[in-house]
Design a protein around this ligand. Structure first.
Ligand code: ZN
Length: 393
């Protein structure tokens, strides 16, 4: 059962800065936000948290995670492992969106959906995208529109791969059909119907999206390209896309090899995009957690492989603040309000009365994660997991 929780005297970032506030949580929701609340005489079972030393932010929203692992670019032994509950919670993530990846043959939507339900019952909120890297997309019911209407957890489609040697080299028409199906499914189900786009390192960059939108009623804003910090050219193409009104996503999981070979670190990308004049609500970070991070040489041969980490989401936001002078509010926006908005998650990503009680307390001195509350339940306190996944020790 969820207790009533009273958080006292936190410096509140909703994600906009609201100053010193108290927050009351009841029934899994934010019941009240204000000053000087006192429930001492109420005779209710209340847990009081003194947060005078903390910033209070919304729980983090990770818009792209491979819940059931991904990859396999180096053969079966390189298929990456599943995510566990504390991979998310110890990194402040209380909402995550699961996707398939390069491999939609041995990784399936049924398995993804089952894992999403498991993580949900363990404590966080999960959603998924239907579809796959390849087009025609893998679906559960045989049809993207039906998947979005009939399956609660499906909120969009993707990540579909473009400008990548691992893509299905989709035609303009194929991309149009996917976006149109997601649009109709989204409208009828009251969901975003967003098209998550995996951006490869190919020369064409966003051209396939522009070609798909041209001459149709599709909107650029329905496409949500990720890995837009993959290299300098892709990053600059992303700035242009955002200038036209789109939302772009930077991937926080990385390797030293990638950073030495032209990847723009997500924290630096966020700082530079803000400096360029892109609005905070058009910039998001996602972890690409549990993805494979393959390292290729110029001939396309696989040199090695690492695993993406959900906790890199928080680490990159922190780095943006501490090393790149991004304001706390803007950095937090990129992992809360901005992804929640593009994904159409109205109960998530902000602190306001009536919204889901997903909350992170960051220590003011070092920005370490102290407390994580998801759906009104304390999952992390003093940086330690109070709740673990079913098979975690
Ligand atoms: Zn991807």
């Amino acid at each position: 059962m969820n207790n009533i929780i009273l958080i006292k005297n936190a410096e509140l970032y909703a994600p906009q800065r609201l100053g010193k506030m108290d927050v009351v949580i009841a029934g899994g929701r934010i019941a009240a936000v204000g000053n000087d609340f006192n429930l001492a005489g109420s005779n209710l079972p209340v847990t009081v948290i003194d947060a005078s030393d903390c910033y209070l932010t919304p729980g983090f929203v990770d818009s792209l995670v491979h819940f059931i692992g991904g990859g396999g670019e180096g053969g079966f032994a390189t298929r990456t492992p599943e995510m566990q509950l504390t991979d998310a919670t110890l990194g402040g993530v209380t909402t995550a969106v699961g996707v398939l990846g390069t491999d939609a043959t041995t990784r399936t939507l049924t398995n993804l959906l089952a894992k999403a339900h498991a993580l949900d019952s363990e404590g966080i909120t999960t959603y998924c995208h239907t579809g796959s890297y390849e087009i025609p997309c893998r679906t559960l019911t045989g049809n993207i529109t039906d998947d979005l209407i009939l399956i609660d957890k499906f909120i969009g489609v993707g990540e579909i791969a473009i400008s990548d040697h691992r893509s299905s080299q989709p035609t303009t028409d194929e991309i149009r059909k996917v976006a149109a199906a997601a649009r109709v499914g989204g409208i009828l189900a009251g969901k975003s119907g967003v098209v998550s786009v995996h951006m490869g390192a190919g020369e064409r960059i966003l051209l396939p999206i522009y070609q798909a939108v041209a001459g149709t009623e599709l909107k650029l804003k329905q496409f949500y390209p990720t890995h837009m910090n993959r290299n300098r050219r892709v990053f600059e193409a992303g700035l242009e896309f955002a200038t036209k009104g789109g939302v772009i996503d930077f991937t926080t999981s990385t390797t030293d090899f990638d950073l030495q070979h032209g990847e723009v670190a997500a924290a630096a990308a966020l700082a530079e995009a803000l400096e360029f004049g892109i609005k905070p609500m058009q910039l998001t970070l996602s972890s690409d957690g549990n993805a494979s991070l393959p390292i290729y040489n110029d001939e396309g041969e696989l040199l090695g492989l690492q695993v993406g980490s959900v906790q890199s989401l928080y680490q990159s936001a922190r780095q943006a603040i501490t090393q790149h002078k991004v304001s706390l509010s803007d950095a937090i926006c990129s992992i809360t309000a901005a992804p929640a908005a593009i994904l159409g998650l109205k109960q998530k990503g902000r602190i306001a009365t009536g919204l889901d009680a997903d909350i992170v307390l960051l220590r003011r001195d070092d920005l370490a994660i102290d407390t994580v509350i998801a759906k009104g339940k304390l999952l992390v306190q003093q940086g330690e997991a109070l709740v673990k996944g079913t098979f975690e020790r």
